[in-house]
Write a new protein. Structure first.
Length: 251
């Protein structure tokens, strides 16, 4: 069997995007990592939010080996992924006004905390309102989005603004509108989305920068180890005891 030409094209597209965000977003990644370190050092808590497939990159930095133990998932019921039935409900909920404020009002986030909001288009009511309300509560807001959508689509929020308009720091994933890298003869729709690959890489680069910043300040980064290596459970237990008041996925 010969190698797939389209598979190679997807890898080339993904690598090209990764190289772009590495080179063009270095300043924003550094700023986001420093903001996370600032929050950890000041006793604040960390949260990540994404709806639909954007939630995958948020979940990727919560309770995982090699990740900061303090990163918590800010969950909005019904929006986390395709486990919702029908799956289209999640997309509909992203357009509902008032949902983000209700979640923030009932949740643990408070002034001095940091929230990373992931939304590829950044145009729906939920991420825009989440950013607006989080900043009003005194949180630092980092947005991970595709800036291309702000010039090629219209906002679905009543303000007419996008996620990027309500963030302290913005990381641009460079993903083209439509999130599909390939076309081929005989295939009617574009396909092969790369947003998950690129957004997750941006998140991990940001977290690595935060660890680097904490070390520079003389603070041991509260990282988790794999439970599948010897001593991992004991290590994680110590970290969770030490930082238990800032970890919400254990409650």
């Amino acid at each position: 069997m010969s190698d797939s030409k389209l598979a190679g094209q997807f890898f080339d597209a993904a690598i090209g995007l990764l190289e772009r965000v590495r080179d063009e977003e270095a300043g924003s990644i550094a700023a986001a990592g420093a903001a996370i370190a600032d929050t950890v050092a000041a006793g604040g808590r960390l949260f990540a939010f994404g709806a639909g497939h954007s939630s995958l990159a948020a979940q990727d930095v919560v309770y995982r080996a090699g990740g900061l133990a303090l990163m918590n998932l800010l969950a909005v019921p019904g929006t986390l992924g395709v486990d919702v039935m029908p799956a289209t409900l999640g997309s509909a909920l992203e357009r509902v006004d008032g949902l983000a404020s209700a979640v923030l009002d009932a949740g643990p986030a408070r002034s001095g905390d940091l929230l990373v909001i992931i939304s590829l288009s950044g145009r729906n009511a939920l991420p825009v309102e989440m950013a607006q309300n989080a900043r009003a509560l005194g949180l630092t807001v980092v947005g991970v989005t595709s800036v291309a959508y702000t010039t090629g689509t219209k906002s679905r929020h009543v303000s007419g603004g996008f996620l990027r308009d309500h963030c302290d720091i913005v990381l641009d994933s460079k993903i083209a509108i439509g999130d599909a890298e390939l076309t081929a003869e005989g295939v009617e729709a574009p396909f092969a989305p790369a947003s998950t690959v690129v957004t997750s890489a941006l998140m991990q680069a940001m977290m690595a920068t935060a660890a680097e910043e904490l070390v520079a300040r003389g603070i041991e980064p509260p990282l988790l180890r794999s439970g599948n290596v010897d001593g991992g459970h004991e290590w994680n237990g110590r970290v969770m005891r030490e930082y238990g008041d800032r970890i919400f996925y254990r409650h």
